[in-house]
Design a protein around this ligand. Sequence first.
Ligand SMILES: [Zn+2]
Length: 233
Amino acid sequence: MKTIAADFRELRAQLEVEFSDLLAPDLAANAARAVYIVLVSETAILSADADFSGLHEPSMAGWFRDIIGPRWKGLGPTILLHDLHIAESGGDTSHELFVGTAIHELAHALSSPGLYSRDSESDAQPLPDGFVNVVATSPGLDNQSARHGHGVAWLRLCIHLTHRMQARGWDIGLPFVIDRVHYGYQSTSLYRRALNDEVTQLASTPLTTIKNIAPPQPFLDLWNSDLAAWPDV
Ligand SMILES: [Zn+2]
């Protein structure tokens, strides 16, 4: 098993290396240089009280370029982790929650077309006021926004990513990646089982390629039954 760094900034460094290596074929196919993880405690602009653990927006690499600083190698998928919120809400398991949230957000980056926005190819972009306001006033996810972005393709990528991290020695379980109650899934282990041996059969297939391969029917059946039970969709 991998020794998970006690310090969040060291853990971030470990994860950036691991994610950049794990996604190497996907990064190369999309002209991306690295995966970046930015911490809310490093940003002067975002409120420590904001109620979220992690966020992903395709433009984050450009917004946080100055904060990434000497680690910058060029554009790439970038995620934001609320280290202060994770430390408070995660308690004894805050390190697992930190890793799980990073995997959760990385699956969002992999779900988005092109992995990241190329709008900020030449210059750092200012963090839009709209983003700061949304983050500051977010009351947490409601039924509608919980479904947004947390669909069947994202869920499958979370399972593949978690499996690959486990294979690399990370002691991390799906419950830290997906808050199943929050997102209306019956059981993450049922989904894991419904994928059957796909995670091992496709273990060396780039994750962005897996998106274009139809998932097993039992996986879709499970998803459709969860969707039917989901309120207000
Ligand atoms: Zn999410």
